[in-house]
Write a protein that binds this ligand. Structure first.
Ligand code: NAD
Length: 283
């Protein structure tokens, strides 16, 4: 199948990054969120990042202008009536995702693929909210999308081979490296990463070390480019909590219980870099 038009649902950190790379690769993109202000915030972020690419001579002014031209703002899922693929990147919450997929299933053309950028939620369950589970798939980009190479591609129980192949091919046209994984909570990336982040939060909670010390240990001792608490702030503490809850519920194993300090920060609205405060403060 030839993909020309994409809708990205959710214009937050991930959705705007996904829309950016799709537009830069030549796809026409609707960027959808709940309000004009949220979509505009996403588009402003894309423009800033494209400007940075021009400044670094990785892109010309003309290529930037063409990319911006391919992006259309959307606050109505009915804009999906002529798209070939949706990549959903809304908040990490099963009820929100199911409601979006049910609506899109009614609106999008029969051939359209419905992909989710979920970090941890079962693709098979999201697919069951539609009448086309064979066309539902996980397309899990990493943050920041324009920089990170990996896309985990997750088949749901019913995902057809040609849908997998189309998505794999699209990921390659975006300059990404697709890796196939099976549909288990957290897939591979977050099943391995998130318990480490949660344990780092426990070491802070239990007073084992300061946040700076925990991050330095992991950077200098394990050669991680960024400490786990800084990384949690970049991912978003609400997203980290949703993922831990998905792992906890999905496996029924207490080794995945979210740290109470993580819950407290999320309740306080300290969601990390995106809200200006998480474990650290951001100007
Ligand atoms: P975010 O909070 O920055 O953005 C989420 C956006 O979704 C918000 O702008 C919100 O208004 C919008 N939204 C919520 N309900 C909506 C609806 N019904 N229709 C349209 N838009 C809606 O979150 P994010 O970090 O961009 O994460 C989005 C998704 O990407 C989540 O599923 C998350 O697990 C996944 N993800 C996140 C990361 C990361 O590092 N942050 C990495 C990979 C995948």
């Amino acid at each position: 199948m030839d993909i020309k038009t994409v809708m990205v649902v959710g214009a937050g950190q991930m959705g705007s990054g996904i829309a950016h790379v799709c537009a830069a690769a030549g796809y026409n993109v609707f960027l959808n969120d709940l309000s004009v202000a949220l979509v505009e915030k996403g588009l402003d972020g894309i423009e800033r990042n494209l400007n940075r690419q021009v400044a670094k001579e990785r892109m010309t002014e003309l290529e930037k202008a063409n990319s911006m031209e391919r992006l259309s703002p959307s606050i109505d899922l009915n804009d999906a009536e002529n798209i070939d693929i949706v990549i959903e990147a809304a908040t990490e919450n099963m009820e929100i995702k199911k409601s979006i997929f049910t609506k899109l299933d009614e609106i999008a053309p029969q051939h359209a693929i419905l992909a989710s950028n979920t970090s941890s939620l079962p693709i098979t369950e999201i697919a069951a909210a539609t009448t086309r589970p064979e066309k539902v798939i996980g397309m899990h980009f990493m943050n920041p999308v324009p920089v990170m190479k990996l896309v985990e591609i997750i088949r749901g129980l019913a995902t057809e081979d040609h849908v997998y192949e189309t998505v794999e091919k699209m990921a390659k046209t975006l300059g990404k490296v697709p890796i196939e994984v099976n549909d288990f909570p957290g897939f591979v990336s977050n099943r391995v990463l998130m318990p480490m982040i949660n344990e780092a939060i426990y070491t802070l909670y239990e007073g084992v070390a300061t946040k700076e010390a925990i991050d330095e240990v992991m950077k200098l001792g394990m050669n991680h480019p960024m400490g786990p608490l800084t990384l949690a702030d970049f991912i978003g503490l609400d997203t980290c909590l949703y993922i831990m809850e998905t792992l906890h519920k999905g496996f029924g194993d207490d080794k995945y219980r979210p740290c109470p300090l993580l819950r407290k920060y999320v309740k306080a609205g300290w969601l990390g870099k995106k809200t200006g405060r998480g474990f650290y403060e951001y100007g």
